[in-house]
Design a protein around this ligand. Structure first.
Ligand code: MD3
Ligand code: FE
Length: 208
């Protein structure tokens, strides 16, 4: 379903088997070196969602090839199959033209426990305007999709559930967004995940 211009939500896009596969891969990527870490902002704040990166390492507010704000290890490679998954997501929602240009090279994986949230922000550290692909696993969250001008109203709250796909292209690419809350205990029992996990795929636009 189109939520805003360039923004599409597809509930249950990943079937159960794909959700389990993606979760297994995320647990593997979370292991050290260059594994799951707590992100600290320059202002002295701490992000409540913990994160692991593939391809390029994000730290507030830039990208690097090593874990600049953690163990210093080289960032894990971005796997080809994940890029193909991203391109298929874009092709099915925004069309084949948009998918052709989307050479995904970054994954940011955020792990949320029941108390974690993410404040309203824009993703503007990438040079490319290619669509961002978001895949959710585990507990349902309230996702707040805002506007491009302010971090306040008007915004739309959408529940993101395990297996859901969200694609943010066109004018939605630079919209403010956040996760005001996670709904504990709502993950499907067969997945075996406590909390919520979100994988975003991005195109850096950086030279190799
Ligand atoms: C809209 N993640 O990683 S997913 C992020 O659920 C982030 O972990 C949230 O915001 C999460 O930056 C929200 C949905 C999402 C991701 C990236 C976007 C929405 C976006 C980039 C541009 C516009
Ligand atoms: Fe974001």
């Amino acid at each position: 379903a189109q939520v805003a211009p360039g923004a599409a939500h597809v509930p249950g896009w990943l079937d159960g088997a794909r959700q389990r596969e993606l979760l297994t891969a995320c647990r593997d990527w979370a292991r050290p070196p260059a594994g799951l870490r707590t992100v600290r902002t320059p202002g002295g704040g701490t992000m409540t969602a913990r994160q692991v990166c593939l391809g390029w390492h994000w730290y507030p507010y830039a990208y690097a090839r090593t874990v600049r704000d953690g163990d210093g290890a080289p960032v894990k490679p971005f796997p080809g199959w994940l890029g193909e998954l991203g391109r298929r997501a874009v092709a099915e929602t925004l069309g084949p033209e948009q998918a052709r240009a989307a050479a995904y090279d970054i994954a940011l994986i955020n792990f949320y426990d029941g108390d974690a949230r993410m404040g309203m922000h824009r993703d503007a550290d990438e040079l490319s305007g290619a669509p961002v692909v978001s895949l959710s696993l585990g507990d349902t969250c309230v996702f707040r999709f805002g506007n491009t001008e302010t971090r306040t109203r008007p915004y739309t709250d959408v529940e993101l559930r395990s297996g859901d796909l969200f694609v943010f292209g066109g004018p939605s690419r630079l919209a403010y967004h956040g996760v005001p809350r996670v709904l504990p205990g709502t993950a499907p029992a067969w997945l075996g995940l406590t909390g919520r996990l979100n994988v975003t795929l991005r195109v850096s636009g950086f030279p190799d």
